[in-house]
Design a protein around this ligand. Structure first.
Ligand SMILES: [Zn+2]
Length: 375
């Protein structure tokens, strides 16, 4: 498993030392030294703009592949954004709804025209935040009853042509895996996500599952404990493929991470963030080489079509329902941490995409907003 050694520039959240949960929900590095307008502007420039530029690259690839309707949808994705300025004390966690600004205010995304395309860099980024938030909330809810393991299940790399069949067999393999007696005996719940990476040098695809597993607190001392070699054997049997030589299994909290205290939360958050990355990273299919981009996008487009990429089981599924979370893949990509209370909204900042940058179009004040509702 490629657990993160260093933080990527567009990586998901890390720690919030004030948060007592096993995985910190709050991720945003506060830009308290900046004025409000500077803060939101830098947020748009540094985080949103690169995604919009990648969208344009995907549009040209879709057009070449004759997927004109998709191209049109992605072309419009995230071109209009509205942020609501709210008082930080009332607003709570700004999960996925950057950004915080001066001493008291944060900006929450209020409205956007997302295209929801599977390969859209903008929508994948939003989905990753959403999935990260949901998995973190679940882990925080059930942490008193369970310990967590991070498991990565791999298969040998395949060509683009073989990828759809390999994804089918992975799905069957996972089903067999969860029906294994030892799995059923030891595992209380899981979150599973498919990730596919592309090896440019070898021209091969590497599909694999990232899984967070919940086990009882007594797991490590009792007979429910499963050794790494047994996990590997169970996966080989499930896939009916004994050429598989790797599984990665690690405890979410161990002596090392507990010794470093607050950093333990950061470590956990970075592991969950790695897992929550949505299926494929745009850096794995949008290259400077347009020919290669066209080839890899066409392979992934075909392979991922009509395929569910993440799933929750057991206690994770129950917690998902108890928290009343919406569909991780197809649900709301705007309000990632719940609805905004209308009584805390102060102003709406509307931005539009034009000539390669986001530009402020309008600021509506609360009185104007209420007047619109009255009409
Ligand atoms: Zn999109």
């Amino acid at each position: 498993m490629r657990f993160p050694k260093k933080r990527e520039s567009n990586s998901l959240p890390l720690s919030d030392p004030q948060n007592n949960g096993v995985v910190p929900l709050q991720y945003h590095n506060s830009t308290t030294s900046l004025k409000k307008s500077q803060s939101i502007d830098s947020e748009l420039r540094d985080k949103w703009t690169p995604k919009r530029i990648l969208c344009e690259r995907l549009v040209s690839v879709y057009r070449f592949l004759g997927l004109d309707k998709r191209a049109e949808r992605v072309d419009n994705c995230g071109t209009s954004l509205e942020f609501v300025k709210v008082a930080a004390a009332a607003g709570g966690s700004p999960l996925g709804n950057e950004s915080s600004s001066s001493s008291n205010d944060i900006f929450k995304l209020h409205s956007a025209n997302f295209c929801r395309d599977r390969l859209c860099p903008m929508c994948s980024w939003r989905r990753s935040y959403k999935i990260f938030g949901q998995v973190s909330k679940i882990m925080n809810l059930i942490q008193n009853d369970y310990e967590f393991l991070f498991l990565t299940l791999t298969v040998p790399n395949v060509s683009g042509e073989e990828l759809p069949d390999k994804l089918d067999s992975l799905q069957t393999g996972w089903r067999n895996f969860t029906r294994n007696k030892r799995f059923k005996f030891s595992v209380c719940g899981y979150f599973k996500a498919l990730e596919i990476t592309y090896n440019k040098k070898m021209d091969t695809f590497h599909p694999h599952y990232h899984v967070v597993i919940a086990v009882n607190k007594s797991y490590f001392k009792g007979f429910k404990y499963i050794q790494r070699n047994d996990w590997l054997y169970m996966w080989q049997c499930a896939m009916n493929d004994f050429s598989i030589t790797q599984v990665d299994i690690r405890k979410a909290r161990n002596k090392k991470t507990e010794r470093i205290g607050a950093d333990c939360s950061a470590y956990l958050a970075s592991c969950v963030a790695e897992i929550a990355k949505y299926a494929v990273k745009s850096s794995d299919y949008l290259f400077d080489d347009i020919g290669l981009s066209r080839y890899v996008v066409s392979v992934l487009f075909r392979a991922l079509s009509d395929r569910r990429l993440i799933s929750f089981g057991g206690c994770f599924k129950k917690a998902f329902q108890a928290l009343n979370l919406d569909d991780s893949e197809n649900g709301d990509l705007i309000h990632l941490d719940g609805e905004l209370r209308s009584d805390v909204a102060l102003q709406i900042y509307r931005y539009g995409w034009s000539c390669g940058a986001y530009k402020l179009i309008e600021i509506s004040h609360k009185a104007d907003i209420l007047a619109d509702f009255d009409e």
